[in-house]
Design a binder for this molecule. Sequence first.
Ligand code: TTP
Ligand code: MG
Ligand code: MG
Length: 422
Amino acid sequence: MAGCGTDGYRHTHQLLNMCRQHTELFSIFTGYNMQQPQRYIAHFDLDSFFVSVEVLNDPSLKGKAIIVGGSRDRGVVSTCSYEARKFGVRSAMPMKQAIQLCPHAILLRGTRGQYSKYSRWVTDIIASKAPLFEKASIDEFYIDLTGMDTYFDPYQWTIDLRKQIMEETKLPISFGLSSNKMVSKIATDEAKPNGYLFIHPGKEKEFLAPLPVNKFSGVGQQTFLKLKSMGIHLIGDILKHEQAYLEKELGKWGTELYRKAQGISTSIVSSYREAKSISNENTFHENINDVELLLQELVKMTERVAYELRQDEKLCGCIAVKLRYPDFETTSKQVSINYTLRDDELIPVAIDLFHKLWRKGKPVRLLGVKLSELTNHAVQASLFDDAEKKNNLYKAIDDVKNRFGKTKLQKARTVKKKEDEE
Ligand code: TTP
Ligand code: MG
Ligand code: MG
């Protein structure tokens, strides 16, 4: 698109968003239904992401049945190559079962740091091109192109973006493009591996009709069986019934399925740029220069933000520590890390940042910890077996925290001082 740089594009998009909001408000207040612009939403998802990264690092793996996961006896599958999928191997399946299904598969334990690095690389490319995008998980993005059809063809724009991502990162990625997030995500799934699909506006229902009902997120085994007992196997079967009947049998879910089957979904792309960080700052009553006390505070604050992170079901890819001295001089330092939600991974980094920042012996007035680069919790942290145990432990701790208040449970370092005082 000659003459249409990203900035102009972004600006136009902001204006369009404002207009859209005003249109909605006008419609609510007057009851007059103003014409909404045609929505275009692209969904991108990397193909067999962890495996693709492993193949980049070792090209001899290309085209082979590969499983990335935990140990043979107690681990689970993180992901597998499409060659292994032919044998029925799937994410989250016990490794034992996966090996039975595909005994010749090459088993890899995975290299976590690499995945975050590539995820960030793809994010950066999308961020440089897209006016409004959402990072839905480590390898998945929604881009809102609504209003852009005045300036260029959204389909061609999306094809070009995919090409750029693949040329730069060498990772295969697929996309679906349609009028809403739900249909685009299903279209990506249908296009995989290494493909793309455009569902033209108005063709959503037709596209969905021949697909099995469990293509809808939220249709688990139980709903699937219930629908089966009602003679509903395909999405198109849903619309063979009256809405009232579906509601009677399935309650609210029935209403929702009826809408979904028509290809209707109004959820919006929530901007990645707006994605919050989680932070905690503490100004002390009295300035502190005792390193033990400062570290104790730091650990406590890191535990608190990590707890919030888990409550939000997020992972973070960046941690920052901030110090303010009594003369108001403020310094901060941040570092990118592998996506995590775990105290034991965050605390050592926070301590390290603190030591790099702090001018030894100088009293501190304020201490802060911030987690950013938040992403949805789509990656099972069970790549390593002990991680699974730790996550269960955190879950148990968080459950207790939720029940008894957040201060009840703290780790050894944060309670040590109090015991000394007693
Ligand atoms: P997905 O995008 O769900 O899967 P995928 O990229 O491996 O394969 P495809 O999209 O082509 O179907 O997940 C992205 C990565 O997240 C995946 O490579 C590994 C990790 N992951 C887990 O660790 N555990 C899981 O249960 C899932 C679903 C994914
Ligand atoms: Mg993927
Ligand atoms: Mg994904």
